[in-house]
Design a protein. Structure first.
Length: 474
């Protein structure tokens, strides 16, 4: 019996082994067939992968072209263009869910923090997320520098809550330069290329800050101390050049520059004098609105035509809630003044979008300075800088709404060009004004025979008269 059971067991084992061998062979054949099919499919998969990459590249290129042509059309219409940029999450926002995301090259979505789930989309003329480099940002602004060389008034300004990255966008760091230093280099590169084509250029610049209710010249020499020993700060006034529709600051120091290095040094000099302070929201919070203006005069030798362009780069101070920034004392007073000025700017934009007959530019010196940029004759680009953090949802939502209203403003863009004859007549008028001023001063001075002061005044008058006569003959 034992032998019979052993034989039966061996038979069953033999049958099982044969069955397993057959199954293994079948699996091996299927595996070989699958590998063969995989080898046959590999070229097709590679083709499909290549097609997918090509489609992705084409889509990205299409997005760039769409954005480019859209911005060109908006530029021709004179519409204020608005770019949205949001910074990366920072250390104090660790653990928070982002509320803002880039949908595509021209739109964003903001999600209300839990327990809410509602999402609101916003469309802009370009969108840059936390991965966008300074180079990418400037690439979409480069043509505005060319416009200034061609005789247009150009304004680029940044708006947003405190700590949202406005100053980084406008000025950057030595390692990651922002719009201002890149525009300076681009400007001189353009002039260098156009000089051999029969054009000559003159460049001058000024830099001011709107601090509380005053306009302060950041390039002026330090004024003498007052009686109490403190340095007196001299406030400046805003005037309008009716001939060209440009706003200018009366009495500001305009510095002539001839190289990008010289202009960069001037920029650095002014930045160091800007009012900043540390708050809970920002370790170097700007307490003033900073404006850098670069004036370009281009003379075309063949025709004698003179083109006048201006680039104004404006880094607005950030809107802030004192409860969040936890400021007090002078910093609290500064925050109140900043919010007042931004409120005045919002009133101007609101009036422009509604087509109001009277625009409240004179409500604040900031809006007076920006009069030619908002509803005036300038090509204007606005950056709305945002924080993506859910804790800043309300501030980000307000900034996005504010920027959306700004997109509805249209400027009457004009080129500032004078013929040789008109430029000559304007120069004569300017000299006549100087002559009248000199005469009035001379009337108050001793007569020529009474001292050296009178002789100097008479000599100055003669020099001015000779220069005016030479200009009129020209």
């Amino acid at each position: 019996k034992l032998q019979t059971k052993l034989q039966e067991t061996e038979l069953q084992a033999s049958q099982t082994s044969g069955s397993l061998k057959a199954e293994a062979e079948s699996c091996r054949r299927r595996c070989d067939e699958a590998e063969e099919r995989s080898r046959q499919m590999q070229p097709r998969l590679e083709r499909l992968d290549a097609q997918l990459r090509a489609l992705e590249e084409q889509f990205a290129e299409e997005q760039k072209l769409r954005k480019k042509y859209h911005n060109q059309i908006q530029d021709m219409k004179g519409v204020i263009r608005v770019f949205c940029r949001f910074r990366p999450m920072i250390a104090r926002e660790a653990g928070e869910s982002p509320a803002l995301r880039r949908v595509d090259a021209m739109s964003v979505e903001i999600t209300r923090p839990p327990p809410h789930t509602d999402v609101r989309p916003f469309g802009f003329d370009s969108v840059f997320d936390s991965d966008s480099s300074q180079e990418e940002v400037f690439a979409d602004c480069r043509e505005l520098v060319q416009s200034a060389v061609d005789g247009y008034n150009v304004t680029i300004f940044a708006y947003g809550q405190t700590g949202a990255g406005k100053t980084h966008t406008m000025y950057g760091t030595p390692q990651q330069p922002g719009l201002a230093p890149r525009s300076i280099q681009c400007l001189f590169d353009i002039m260098q290329k156009e000089t051999p084509r029969g054009k000559t250029f003159k460049v001058k610049t000024y830099m001011v800050e709107v601090y509380k209710q005053d306009i302060l010249d950041l390039l002026a020499d330090k004024p003498p101390p007052s009686k109490d020993g403190k340095t007196a700060k001299v406030g400046l006034e805003v005037k309008k050049d009716l001939g060209r529709g440009m706003m200018y600051v009366e009495g500001v120091r305009e510095k002539v520059v001839t190289t990008p290095e010289e202009l960069m040094a001037t920029l650095s000099e002014g930045e160091k004098k800007r009012h900043v302070t540390a708050t809970k929201m920002n370790s170097a919070s700007s307490r003033s609105h900073l404006l850098l203006s670069i004036i370009i005069e281009c003379t075309v030798k063949d025709t004698g035509q003179i083109l006048y362009g201006k680039i104004t780069l404006c880094d607005l101070a950030g809107s802030e809630r004192p409860k969040k920034s936890e400021v007090s004392g002078d910093a609290l007073k500064e925050a109140i003044e900043i919010n007042k000025s931004l409120s005045a700017l919002g009133d101007v934009i609101e009036a422009l979008t509604k087509g109001a007959k009277s625009i409240p530019y004179r409500n604040h010196k900031l809006t007076m300075l920006m009069q030619d940029s908002l509803g005036g004759s300038a090509k204007c680009l606005m950056f709305v800088n945002c924080s993506p953090a859910g804790s800043n949802y309300e501030e980000t939502m307000m900034s996005l709404k504010w920027a959306s209203r700004a997109r509805q403003v249209t400027n009457d863009v004009k080129r500032n060009a004078d013929s040789k004859e008109v430029a000559r007549l304007k120069q004569v008028i300017s000299m006549m004004g100087q002559a009248q001023n000199a005469e009035s001063i001379l009337d108050d001075q001793p007569q020529p025979g009474e001292g050296a002061g009178g002789d100097a005044q008479k000599s100055s008058m003669m020099d001015l008269e000779m220069a005016m006569n030479a200009t009129m003959r020209g």
